[in-house]
Design a protein around this ligand. Structure first.
Ligand code: BTN
Length: 251
């Protein structure tokens, strides 16, 4: 079904929303608008991305008419040390939006993969700007299937529930949720976000995982988040590693 952007604009008056039927990636367009001085909350939505970007240089599968592909310019006025927690706050906003739309609860996989029944249903990419960030959020909404190389890892709201969802309803819920979690971070501070994230993320504590890093793969048991929001990993040799970035997977 085509995306009804006017419906979203009518429900969120005052927000700058740019819409593209097809675009390379919403990230570049949002960064371009940010460089021109657009207001915080300005959002770029696409019905299809031909060069969708994932974390660590991966491609984000962005089938037309099926997913929600959005980049939001954020200027939350945070100190630099709070930016890792912004990533976690965006995961919470996305998980809350999905959980409100359906009966199933989402899990979070540090730092910000959103999971339904252990498969990835949404991903978040944060690009830092001089005075803010671009938050890129991709939600697999009505995909009926995925290319074979993604099938074992990816899912959609429709695959998990057997019914289609309104992307307009999801977006109308997602943008205010992003505002309110960014505000929580700015006003209540990063510890409030870290505590909430730890409660919603089954990977934060006591989980056997392997972590892909530039120097190879390490394995261990997760042992909570540090004060910045990085993942603490207890290794089998008794040592401890702080995971700052990298793909975390069940061991
Ligand atoms: C991840 O690898 O998990 C992050 C995926 C982020 C995808 C979204 S879709 C909207 C925005 N535009 C992009 O090109 N990427 C992000």
């Amino acid at each position: 079904m085509p995306f009804d952007i006017d419906c979203v604009r009518n429900r969120l008056p005052g927000r700058q929303i740019y819409y593209y039927e097809s675009i390379g990636s919403t990230m570049q367009e949002a960064a371009r608008l940010a460089a021109q001085g657009c207001t915080s909350g300005t959002s770029v939505i696409a019905n299809e991305q031909t060069a969708g970007q994932g974390r660590h240089g991966h491609h984000w599968y962005s089938e037309r008419d099926s997913g929600l592909y959005v980049s939001i310019v954020l200027r939350p006025g945070l100190p630099a040390e709070s930016f890792p927690a912004l990533t976690l706050a965006l995961g919470l906003a996305t998980a809350e939006t999905i959980s409100r739309a359906m009966d199933l609860r989402c899990d979070l996989r540090w730092p910000n993969d959103v999971l339904l029944r252990d498969k990835k249903v949404a991903g978040i990419l944060v690009q830092l700007l001089e005075n803010g960030a671009v938050a890129g959020i991709g939600i697999n909404v009505n995909h009926g299937h995925f290319p074979s190389e993604l099938e074992s890892e990816a899912t959609s709201l429709r695959i998990e529930s057997g019914r289609a969802y309104s992307r307009e309803d999801l977006l109308t819920c997602l943008l205010p949720a992003v505002d309110s979690f960014s505000k929580m971070l700015a006003e209540a501070g990063k510890q409030a976000v870290l505590d909430m994230f730890s409660r919603h993320c089954s990977y934060a504590q006591g989980r056997r995982v392997r972590v892909r890093q530039s120097g190879g793969e390490i394995e261990g048991t997760t042992a909570g988040l540090d004060a910045s929001g990085f993942l603490i990993l207890k290794k089998d040799d008794g040592g401890q590693s702080l995971i700052v970035t990298g793909g975390v997977r069940p061991a």
